[in-house]
Design a binder for this molecule. Structure first.
Ligand code: SF4
Ligand code: SF4
Length: 246
């Protein structure tokens, strides 16, 4: 995870090495699709590699730096409340269900709906049950069942409109390997393989912006929210961190 002070340096290094050009080449090979743009898949921010995080960071800095306070507020809110409030959505989704960073959205957002039934649903559910048990035992917090049992519904509305002779799944596997190769610029290949850096953009951003001490108080924020429908502590964090300058 990249600390705040290293973000601009990491962007410059990636630019010098041509990593964003390579990334855009990979994105350009994803079959073009159409869908109903209902934004259901944007309920859960999709995971992204560091190189994609930096690409989105650079995009916001260039195209809409004035949006940072809103984006950071959304990311901080999502991070603290994702396990207690089912209404949280990706902080890049605007009021009209449009993605604010569509041009720079990560690979997983671009390929959603091409991947077929998510094999990992069962594993995700088991992990959530374990997490719920941990929060109950360690913090006395009962996670809402609607969140523990939540599954992103399968989307069958995506249509390939042009692009490939290969089967989409086969192509996506090949491109994922290329993406992993770019990530080795930042972390050793073993770390890439472990998917340690493949986390939602929200988490990348929060790890850069929010101090460890504040993150440590996540259970307290969750408790306050479950008891009162809001958290004064979270409000104070949002006020503080949305003033972050890059
Ligand atoms: S991919 Fe599916 S779920 Fe996502 S916006 Fe398009 S139609 Fe909706
Ligand atoms: S980055 Fe954009 S496309 Fe991806 S989940 Fe967020 S709003 Fe949706």
């Amino acid at each position: 995870m990249l600390p705040l002070i290293k973000l601009n340096q990491a962007v410059s290094q990636a630019e010098e090495k041509g990593l964003f050009d390579e990334l855009n080449k990979i994105y350009g090979l994803i079959p073009e699709t159409s869908c109903e743009r209902c934004a259901t898949c944007c309920t859960v921010p999709q995971p992204a590699y560091i190189v994609e995080y930096l690409n989105m960071f650079r995009y916001v800095n260039k195209v809409m730096p004035e949006k940072w306070p809103e984006i950071i507020a959304g990311a901080v809110r999502y991070y603290f409340l994702e396990l207690v409030d089912i209404n949280q959505r990706c902080p890049f989704l605007d009021g009209e269900n449009n993605c604010m960073v569509y041009e720079a959205r990560p690979f997983t957002c671009r390929t959603y709906g091409l991947m077929g039934q998510r094999e990992e649903n069962e594993q995700v559910r088991k992990n959530m049950e374990k997490l719920a048990e941990k929060y109950l035992q360690e913090h006395g917090i009962e996670l809402p069942r609607e969140i523990v049992e939540f599954e992103l519904p399968r989307c069958d509305k995506v249509r390939v409109v042009n692009g490939t002779n290969k089967k989409p799944l086969e192509l996506i596997q090949l491109l994922t390997a290329d993406l992993g190769q770019l990530e080795t610029f930042f972390v050793p290949v073993q770390v890439v393989d472990s998917q340690y850096t493949f986390v939602p953009y929200v988490n990348h951003l929060v790890m850069s912006v929010v101090s460890e001490g504040a993150r440590y108080r996540r259970p307290r924020v969750m408790k306050e929210f479950l008891e009162n429908g809001r958290s004064e502590l979270l409000d104070s964090f949002i006020e503080k961190y949305k003033r972050t300058s890059f």
